[in-house]
Design a protein around this ligand. Structure first.
Ligand code: NAP
Length: 452
């Protein structure tokens, strides 16, 4: 397994794949750690979790650099990502006792209540786009609930995967409670089948989600799936065009456009469509693309060569189907997997840029006659992760929010994840939730106790 710097195309490191015996040994060590950990009172679990937050903050610069080198995100965002991981650790350290507190239920019994017990070893299959955040938003609640975890990270970020294991070890959790498995995706089913593995979570593509859900289904094990999205960014006719266009460019190009919740379809009411599109092109063209280690740049390269090819196919097919290319649209001729900020106008359902998830800095603009048609277009997608509405009338937007088929709706703000709020999707964006109290309760045994 190898890590390639997407900005230079140079190989940074190679890692030997772990064999079946090593994978078993790691799962069984995590299971042994679980036996110790599950009976550790929540108040004591807080100690290594707080330490983990402290270590993340202390090592922020080095961890940020590692992320940037392995997958190309701008260094400023990489460092912010490490801080956010520390936040989620602190959040669950602070709230776990409250989220896991037994719930008394009046039933006529002498006592009846619900308790939340951990399940065992949970498998996490994670993507490269937020190589720390995706892992920590699963790991912090899972560990605080008393579970153990094994991580199969994306094959291009093995360095991050090992760094996370090292950090958890250094924080003082039981030995091996969290372990990284360096294996390719073809071997995930082998992990799911291990009897000590009690459930699995995957963040990634639909194809990967289907594969793990099928493997877990055969074993009757629970899954949580956080999959792709094609989030609508709805601009109503009363919006402040200049400000919203600037926010649109930022929402599209976060992480060089490689975010599940990046805005991916700009659905604009007819009267302002022309002005919005012009302002969006200007905002996209202002973005600085280049070396992600240079703090002055807004966008780095995409993470892998095949992602550039796939994005370019989507742009080319959309243009061939009638979309109008307003800027960008050709892979940059330089070393590194760069793709320029791109805007497509006149995009319609049936075009690749509308129907598929575009994972890069490509902004398709779609016109809508009125707000009702905007909502209908927004819902005309296989995905249902996030959505945003931009308007001078937020009360109206709250009413429209009820009509949107999405796991979250943000009004006059770009979609984002926050430890305090549930995160997840509907339709082909997956099922289950991460973060907040509900995220923690995905991997527990909700146990009824009844006493006569
Ligand atoms: P991906 O190819 O699905 O990879 C994600 C993870 O799944 C990697 O660890 C990958 O391992 C593994 N995997 C791939 N195919 C598998 C299979 N058949 N069986 C088991 N595991 C498999 O996705 P990606 O390209 O890394 O990430 C981009 C996708 O993730 C986008 O669709 C994006 O929207 C989605 N995403 C969703 C969220 C969310 O919260 N909803 C967040 C971030 C990203 P290998 O690397 O070894 O192939």
């Amino acid at each position: 397994m190898e890590s390639i710097n997407p900005a230079t195309e140079e190989r940074i490191a190679t890692y030997p794949e772990m064999d079946a015996a090593e994978v078993r040994r790691r799962i069984e060590r995590a299971a042994a750690g679980f036996e110790l950990w599950r009976t550790t009172p929540v108040e004591e679990r807080v100690v290594p979790m707080r330490k983990l937050a402290e270590l993340l903050r202390a090592r922020r610069d080095g961890l940020g650099r590692l992320m940037t080198l392995e997958m190309g995100k701008p260094i400023v965002s990489a460092e912010a990502e490490v801080e956010k991981c520390a936040w989620v650790c602190d959040f669950y350290a602070e709230h776990a006792a409250e989220f896991l507190a037994p719930r008394q239920v009046a039933s006529g019994a002498a006592a009846s209540y619900v308790r939340y017990d951990p399940l065992g070893v949970i498998l996490a299959v994670m993507p490269w786009n937020f190589p720390f955040w995706q892992v920590f938003r699963f790991l912090a609640p899972a560990l605080m609930a008393g579970n153990a975890a094994v991580l199969k990270h994306a094959s291009n970020v093995c360095g991050c995967a090992l760094a996370i294991e090292e950090l958890v070890g250094a924080a003082g959790f039981p030995d091996g409670l969290m372990a990284t498995l360096l294996i390719p995706s073809g071997r995930v089913a082998e992990v799911v089948q291990h009897p000590a593995v009690r459930a699995a979570t995957l963040t990634g593509s639909e194809q990967a989600g289907m594969a793990i859900a099928a493997a877990a289904g055969r074993e009757l094990k629970k899954t949580v799936l956080e999959l792709g999205g094609s989030d609508p960014f709805i601009v109503l006719a009363d919006a402040d065009v200049a400000a919203v266009a600037a926010a649109a460019a930022a929402a599209r190009t976060i992480n060089c456009g490689q975010s599940c919740i990046a805005a991916k379809r700009f659905i604009v009411e007819e009267p302002i469509a022309e002005a919005f599109t012009e302002a969006l092109v200007a905002s996209m063209q202002r973005l600085k693309v280049g070396d992600p280690l240079d703090r002055g740049n807004d966008l780095g390269p995409l993470a892998r060569r095949d992602l550039v090819d796939e994005l370019h196919r989507q742009v080319t097919q959309s243009v061939a189907a009638g979309a109008k290319l307003l800027c960008g649209g050709e892979p940059t001729q330089r070393v590194g997997y760069y793709y320029p900020p791109t805007v497509l106008a006149n995009v319609l359902p049936g075009m690749a840029a509308f129907d598929e998830e575009t994972f890069g800095p490509v902004a398709p603009v779609i016109r809508a006659r009125d707000a009702d048609e905007a909502i209908a277009l927004a819902n005309q997608s296989n995905y249902g992760l996030g959505a945003s509405i931009w308007t001078a009338d937020p009360a109206r937007a709250e009413r429209l929010a009820a009509e949107l088929q999405a796991g979250c709706v943000f009004i006059n703000e770009a979609v984002k994840s926050d430890p305090r709020l549930p995160f997840g999707g509907v339709k082909r964006s997956g099922y289950g939730r991460e973060l907040a109290d509900v995220g923690m309760l995905e991997f527990v045994n909700i146990k009824t106790v009844w006493r006569k």
